[in-house]
Design a protein around this ligand. Structure first.
Ligand SMILES: [Zn+2]
Length: 270
């Protein structure tokens, strides 16, 4: 049985759909040049448009660093953000409200103690951030560079962290669906993460971004990017991880993408 809060949300979203989806001209022009959406079925596109309508209405978009927000910016971010939950439910994005958008990468101060207890401070140029129960922060330049089936997708990366953080820190262990085995998830991801770290340590020129070796949370987020952008690559390199991501996201994008697609996926298959 659904809780009163979930029932209320569903009713509110039903009303929102009755009032209208994101206008077709905005929807089409925001997504027109993105190959990641090209092979969605008509039904999937319609569902994505509904979820994106919820996203645009329920999330608060805040410009930063001189960024100018318009409907096309909001729609593009919403569509990329909702692809991972296409076969889930919008409730997976509950618990946070704000999407901050910078025009490009943004600076974050960092500090850490070294082995002898000396504090070091520096600045990082960041393209995206997700805070636990807090905002998602995105570089618009990097959003524009996402969705081209090249393995890079800052929005999906940050949304994967959001899904991962529904049960605490971003540790690569999200809430699993009924019927999914926690031990299998741990074993498969640990083995793949260990293998990937060894390859990075040996200076292998990996097709998957070495940033995935930063930690289990980053491994899950980066592999999620590749899962949607170049699914054939994940299926080839880490088939057991691919299967678990397909179960978790309820999607099988490698089937969706035709083999003729001129992407990294095809390059890897040759
Ligand atoms: Zn990350």
């Amino acid at each position: 049985m659904l809780s009163p809060l979930r029932l209320l949300r569903r009713r509110r979203r039903r009303k929102l759909l009755q009032r209208g989806l994101i206008p077709e001209s905005t929807w089409l022009s925001s997504l027109a040049d993105l190959p990641i959406f090209k092979y969605l079925s008509t039904g999937e596109r319609e569902r994505l448009r509904q979820l994106s309508t919820f996203f645009v209405h329920e999330k608060i978009f805040e410009p930063a660093g001189g960024m100018r927000l318009d409907d096309r910016v909001r729609t593009r971010i919403a569509a990329l953000a909702c692809l991972p939950i296409l076969n889930l439910d919008f409730d997976w994005y509950e618990g946070w409200r704000t999407v901050v958008v910078y025009p490009g990468g943004f600076i974050r101060p960092r500090s850490a103690f070294d082995d002898i207890g000396v504090m070091h401070e520096w600045e990082d140029l960041v393209t995206g951030e997700s805070w636990e129960r807090g905002p998602v922060i995105l570089s618009w330049a990097d959003v524009r560079g996402s969705g081209h089936c090249e393995g890079y997708n800052v929005v999906i990366h940050e949304m994967a962290h959001k899904l991962d953080m529904l049960n605490g820190t971003a540790d690569g262990f999200p809430i699993l669906h009924r019927g999914m085995d926690r031990q299998v998830w741990t074993d498969v991801f640990t083995a793949a993460f260990t293998d990937f770290n060894a390859r990075v340590d040996q200076a292998e020129d990996t097709l998957i971004d070495p940033y995935a070796a930063e930690g289990p949370g980053e491994f899950f987020a980066v592999l999620s990017e590749y899962f949607f952008e170049v699914p054939g690559l994940v299926r080839k390199e880490y088939p057991a991880v691919y299967d678990l991501l397909a179960q978790f996201y309820g999607q099988d994008p490698a089937v969706r993408f035709p083999s003729s697609l001129p992407t990294l996926e095809q390059k890897c298959q040759t």
